[in-house]
Each structure stands twice: as C-alpha cells, then as structure tokens.
Ligand binder design. Sequence first.
Ligand code: SF4
Length: 340
Amino acid sequence: MSIRVLEHTPAGLRRAVEALGERGYRADQIIDWVYAKACSDPQKMTNLPDALAGHITVLTSHVVARAASRDGTVKLLLELGDGERVECVGIPARQRVTACVSTQAGCAQGCTFCATGLDGLQRNLTAGEILEQVLNLTDAGGRRVTNVVFMGAGEPLANYDATVSAVRALIDSERFGISARSVTVSTVGLPGAIRRLAGEDLPITLAISLHAPNDALRRELMPAAPPLDDVLAAAATFYARRKREVTLEYVLLAGVNDSTLCAKGLARLAKRLRCNVNLIRYNPVAGVAYARPSEAAARAFLARLRRQGVNAHLRRSRGRDADAACGQLRRRPASHRQRT
Ligand code: SF4
C-alpha cells in the first residue's frame, strides 16, 4: 500500500501510517520533511525506516518541459501519473513568489480566447495533484512559494472538493503555512459554488473572470459562463459573508472588449459590488484570432474606469517569453520546448 502524503490531512496521515503498523510520530517526521524542509524524495528522509519510506509517495508527477522567462517567471509542464499533462507557473518578485496552479487537466468552459479551452476537459485533479504543483515550483525556483493563485488550467469551482482541500492544506500552519489572504481562487463565476465557498471558513480572495460587460459578448467569449446578474449576486453574497473584496478579472482583447462603451458597461457592473478590477492585456495564442491591445489602449481603458470611480489596475505582464498564457506550453510541440 502506498501513502500519497499530499492527499492527507495531518490526522489522516497519522492514521495511514499507523495502519501500516508504524508509530504515529512517523507522520510528524514525514510532515516535517515535506512541508518544512521541502523534501519530496522519501529516500532522502533519513530518519524514516526504509520499509516506511518505500510506502510513501509525495510527487506523482514529473516535469516534462520547462520554459523560463528573462523576468524570472518559470513555467512547468507536469506529467501526472496517468499521462495527463498540466501547467503551473512560478512568478518571483522581491518579497514574494506566486504560484499559479491548475485544478483540471483541460477545461470544459471553452473560452474562445484560451489555449486550454480548445481541447476540452480531460479530468479533475486531486487535491494532492494541485498541491504538488506548488512543490515542483518551489524546487524549480529555489524559493518558498508565498502566494497561490488558482488561475491555471481548469475551473476551480467545477472541481470544488479538491480545490477547497488544497486551499485548506495551503493555509494550514502544519503544512504549507501560507496566509489565507495570499490565496486567490479565480472562477468564471459558478453562482452555487461561490455561495458554498462563502459559507466555508476561508478568508481567501475570490476573483471572477468577467471579460465582458454584457451577457451577449460574454457568451461569445465564454460560452459556458453563467449570466452576469447571477454571478454578481453570488459575488455580493461572498462579500457579505466573508468581508473580502472581490476581484473582477478582465482580459483586454483588442477591438473586442476594449471600447469606451465596454469601459462604461464594466464600470456600471463594478459599482454594484465592493470590488476591484484587474485588467490584463491578452497574451496571443497560436490558432486563436484575438489580438493583444497596445499599452496605450489598455491605459486609456484603465483611465476610463478610474474616471468613473472604479478601483482598477492594469496587471504587469510576466513571463511573456515563456508562453505565459494558460495552456500554451501544453499545446506547444515537444520539439519547441526547452527540455529539463
Ligand atoms: S480561460 Fe480558464 S475557464 Fe476559460 S477555458 Fe481557459 S482555463 Fe477554462
């Protein structure tokens, strides 16, 4: 029997270790190696009996490709135990390292501007498979991850239980020990799941991928996304329950959703909530007919929002030379990747 460490709470790990006939304190030693020492190789856990080390698995995935950007951003393509592939990205800054993780292999949402959406959903990831992305990024970057954003492949709230288990592990002081305020779950806006998340005792940040100021354009860009009224009502519930300001994400697509009219519509929506708006200039994807707006056009859009009293920011693009847009490394032919 193999114990997959990342799938267990500390109490569950103790039970699993005891079921193998070992003393419960062995679980504390494993926890110390994995979370405090960032060691994922059981053979290097020198204070464990060999028989127990042979029953432990920390990583079920391995890195099959890696793309590094001049700005320090590292993108990893991981192959999971069953051959499915997912991406994760590490974004270092002076005071922090942000991990962007995937929650599904592929995605069912079919957003027309997204490389991941082109291939549909393969399967949900387990909580452990989400968490091992953080360990792989720690290893690749040589620094501890301080912030986690659930903004990689997949819709996190369509894989609710695994997402919430992973969040609990991230903010657990016995495990990753990351501040809940430094964890962001990003969703297209599944109203029922947002309300359920609001009822969890998790003071994390909720980000809603809006990308359009009206339902007609939103359906064109995000065919599976629920109506805006329902999404904003659920987001208002989240704010009321958690007292955490919601972030509205808006990818700027040149000539599609960056007009003066769109800015007015977005400002109207934003003012219905306690929220801030994050603008992102689109990263073009091969085979997808959307373009990145100029810096000047993005700044003009930002200024229009601010003039209407919206707390808005233009996110700095990171890792553009490392296939930064979601799903691009996964789709890129193997011969073009930098092998590890
Ligand atoms: S943008 Fe996000 S939700 Fe939409 S298809 Fe891509 S991964 Fe899925």
